[in-house]
Write a protein that binds this ligand. Structure first.
Ligand code: ADP
Length: 318
């Protein structure tokens, strides 16, 4: 194997640059050169190839985002665009490809693999919704940012006798909301995966308020679309001076945590080794090991919360 390619696709997160650095260094250790394709699958469709050398990936480990840029590419999903992508891989003499991305990007990688491209996927998603890896890249950093933000907001809430409603990212996934609610000791949480009862939450918070509780923190996953309703009810029914904080895009960026740096480096090293050893599919964290997981396994299973987390969610959502 003389040359491999790498691209970063879909939503960005922290830890991708550390992964790129590990990929290039592991490849060079094995006398393999690396081509980076810019802007995700757009870089394959329109041949946006650059040479990635160890020098180019020095000093990037601690930076959020991705030096290769990312995008969503409709053209790649069409037959003509997909054919152009295959042509680029041939023109650039790519013998193996690493795709770093979320669920959609990994489905693209599966499609490339089915067309005969030697392809390995690295799971990256702040929602941690990819089956086959205990943690996807970027999850830990996002959770640390959210939990720090809630800690900061709690200081203000407790100083002013206020309630705060905090909206976290996650359209279909309540993972960030649930884990950060646990890590920050929030009084209530609303996520799409677990049935919630807003009136019952209000009654509970009202009783706690009457017993002397000075403030409340409620975490709401974006996907439940109840941020406004919860805020109004906290004001009117519980009597709290209530503020809303929508955390938004601060949840995606920032310097990666130690966990995401080391996870990214381990996934990157394993991805290159997998290409060399012809073990295709996704690489993922299982327990304390990095394992190969077939794409079929990734896409024929659904990630679910553990029983303990579900019980915690039920307790906090009524
Ligand atoms: P993420 O990878 O973060 O889940 P998207 O779902 O937007 O983000 O996917 C990123 C890109 O991956 C899409 O713009 C498209 O180019 C490609 N992609 C997504 N789903 C598929 C699919 N089913 N088949 C082939 N390519 C896909």
């Amino acid at each position: 194997m003389k040359r491999i390619g790498v691209l970063t696709s879909g939503g960005d997160c922290s830890g991708i640059n550390a992964t790129l650095k590990a990929i290039v260094e592991e490849a060079y250790k094995n006398n393999i050169r690396v081509t980076g394709f810019l802007e995700g699958y757009n870089g394959l469709v329109n041949n946006l190839a650059i040479e990635l050398t160890p020098l180019q990936v020095s000093g990037i480990l601690q930076r959020g985002g991705t030096i290769l840029m990312t995008s969503r590419c409709e053209e790649f999903m069409q037959e003509s665009g997909f054919k152009k992508a295959l042509k680029t891989l041939e023109e650039e003499k790519i013998e193996g490809l690493i795709v770093i991305g979320g669920d959609g990007s990994l489905r693209g990688a599966k499609k490339l693999a089915e067309s005969g491209i030697v392809c390995v996927g690295i799971p990256e998603s702040i929602d941690n919704d990819i089956y086959g890896t205990d943690m996807a890249l970027g999850v830990d950093t996002a959770l640390n940012i959210i939990t720090n933000a809630i800690d900061i907001i709690r200081d203000t809430a407790s100083s002013h006798k206020r309630a705060f409603v905090i909206e976290t990212m996650g359209r279909e996934s309540g993972y960030l909301a649930l884990m950060s609610a646990m890590a920050s000791g929030a009084e209530a949480v609303l996520i799409p995966e677990v049935e919630y009862d807003i009136d019952s939450i209000m009654n509970r918070l009202k009783q706690e308020h009457e017993r002397g509780r000075k403030y409340s923190i409620v975490v709401v996953a974006e996907g439940v679309k109840k941020t406004q309703e919860v805020t109004e009810k906290l004001k009117k029914e519980v009597g709290f001076d209530t503020r809303v904080t929508i955390l938004g895009h601060i949840q995606r960026g920032g310097n990666p945590s130690v966990f995401d740096r080391t996870l990214g480096m381990r996934l990157g090293i394993k991805a290159v080794q997998s290409l060399i050893n012809k073990k295709f599919g996704m690489v993922g964290l299982q327990g304390s090991d990095i394992k190969n997981v077939a794409f079929d396994v990734v896409f024929s299973n659904k990630k679910v919360f553990s029983q303990m987390m579900l019980e915690f969610a039920r307790l906090k959502s009524r």
